[in-house]
Design a protein around this ligand. Sequence first.
Ligand SMILES: Cc1ncc(COP(=O)(O)O)c(C=O)c1O
Length: 402
Amino acid sequence: MPAMDWTDFCVALQGERLPAALVDLDALDRNVDRLKDRLTGGKTLRIASKSVRHVGLLRRILARGGPSFQGLMCYCVDEAVALAGEGFDDLLVAYPTVQAIALDGLAGLAASGRTVSVVVDCAAHVEALGAAGRRAGVSLAAVLELDVSYRPLGGRAHLGVRRSPLRSATDCIALARLVARVPGAHVAGLMAYEAHIAGLPDRNPFSPRMNPVRRALKRRAMPAVARLRGEVVAALRADGVRLDRVNGGGTGSVHHTTREEVVTEVTAGSGFLCPHLFDYYADLGLEPAAFFALEVCRASDPGYVTCAGGGYVASGEPGWDRVPIPYAPPGLRYVPMEGAGEVQTPLRLRAGGQPLAVGDPVIFRHAKAGELAERFARYVLLRGGAVEGVEPTYRGRGWCFL
Ligand SMILES: Cc1ncc(COP(=O)(O)O)c(C=O)c1O
């Protein structure tokens, strides 16, 4: 089934209560296939669960991806524990913690034979991990996170996220040696996420003048990432560190990262549902698969309608690109002074566009992939334009981790 239009959504939504969140499973499948096709050289793909937050969809993506999709990248230990309870395995917790109560959960999974690992970047992380491993009588797998931000001018400029202080082979070797001295922990891999490339839309209609600058920065930054990853992996191996996996990439950079020889697996999550922020990359070629529908509940003036709900603004640097976009019917615009409202969202209709009456649905797309699941308790899953099922999101399961 090709991309759904407003009439298709109206048919599919008959009998559904609004607001409703929708996933077009046909589009999701095509996105899975596209991302799978980008894998080269035997690399596998790890799903960033934060960008899905829906057990049923995680299962579907893994099944469709087949053997080249391996494991989940979790956003906290409690999520990993919950997902293990649903039967998932090979869980990498990509954001560190020193909370004993959380790490004990991870150690419990390891003790029960699950494959789990957690990112570390400093001595405190390693000490806490080792202590949890010793309490459970296991050795816990640590994945070192290398910061690959672009730092020209001798490090005085910083383009990238502020996460790990490990910036060189020397830094990584020092931490790996510390792990080797701590009973209850061992090094299992390296993660180096090029957020400044993967998370930088370079065809952004909300700030078009910056797009050429962003593209130029990416062109300069990507070879530097590849060089640093290569150097650090070689140095760690030369120092006797066993790296079972080298993880890199995100939806916005998979096509680059997958070409690097030292990388064994790439991560992607957002690309499966393709929220609107992922329209603004020059070279991704994904299609929208997640939507939400609001009810037109009133019309204050000719040329305007007001929808119930809608204020689902995404995290990150604040701006209009974080606000959901009205998607169908085409041509609807926000009223700038109100934007997407807490309980009501007014929209301006396009002259000559689809007329809307009270009771009609308006279809939107969220800016980000996972956060929609924090707003809706269930996703209505569409196949061939009809409802195939309705399944709970993390929120619907009562899961609330961060
Ligand atoms: C460590 C890490 N890897 C990969 C990703 C990419 O995720 P996505 O494909 O959803 O953009 C992220 C996203 O923030 C991340 O933090």
